[in-house]
Design a protein around this ligand. Structure first.
Ligand code: 3PG
Length: 221
């Protein structure tokens, strides 16, 4: 899966653009078992959110990626909370379509720049953006978005470094998502609000589908 092509990172930017244009919201999911993975995955996709980020925060995460790749062939399945090249490799083997990290190490950026499965690295400052830009990265997760400056940060960085585009995550909710989506440097937003703990515990997949449909209809104000 590792390519020696120096143009790989540019191809990956194009892949990320297609992925992030597929839905306004990427649900960030921590799945504990097969029943949850299938119930939640189907509900979100039926609601129109076809791009999912399955985190490695649970022991079931990697299996959930494999399972959802088979169960939802029309969905785009990303792996989240990836922090090492070893985890990256495991997620690619599990079938992940893209990889998301909350921050980055130089090692992770190098690995991602050579993989045909694109990395959306997390950044939280202008200097971090510049470090990743030096390796060719142009698409980022802004994390934790609300803590590092949110909409104001994105407006400010959009002036001097206008070629960067972001998927802000961390503190995004239905009440502020549209403010982010209105920015020219925001491709989509990510968040956990689609799967509230009570609905997951009740296995209320129908209510999750309603939340997904509402999120899918989100546009800039
Ligand atoms: C993430 O990993 O992207 C965050 O945990 C999502 O943050 P949120 O819970 O504020 O949506």
């Amino acid at each position: 899966m590792i390519s020696s092509s120096s143009t790989q990172i540019h191809k990956n930017t194009q892949k990320l653009d297609l992925i992030c244009a597929s839905a306004p919201v990427i649900p960030v999911l921590t799945l504990e078992n097969a029943e949850q993975a299938i119930g939640i995955g189907k509900a979100l996709v039926n609601g129109g959110l076809i791009v999912l980020e399955i985190t490695l925060r649970s022991a079931y995460g990697l299996t959930a990626i494999k399972q959802l790749k088979q169960a939802l062939p029309n969905a785009i399945i990303g792996a989240g909370t990836v922090m090492t090249p070893q985890q990256y490799e495991s997620c690619v083997e599990a079938g992940a379509d893209f990889i998301v990290s909350p921050g980055f190490t130089t090692e992770l950026l190098h690995y991602g720049s050579q993989s045909s499965v694109p990395l959306l690295p997390g950044i939280g400052s202008v200097s971090e953006a510049m470090q990743a830009m030096a390796l060719g990265y142009r698409r980022f997760k802004l994390f934790p978005a609300a803590v590092v400056g949110g909409v104001d940060f994105l407006k400010a960085i959009g002036g001097p470094i206008s070629e960067l585009k972001f998927c802000p995550t961390g503190g995004i909710k239905p009440t502020n998502a549209a403010d982010y989506l209105a920015l020219h440097n925001v491709m989509c937003v990510g968040g956990t609000w689609l799967t509230p703990t009570d609905l997951v515990q009740q296995k209320n997949w129908q209510a999750i589908e309603v939340l997904a449909a509402q999120a899918c209809a989100l546009t800039a104000p």
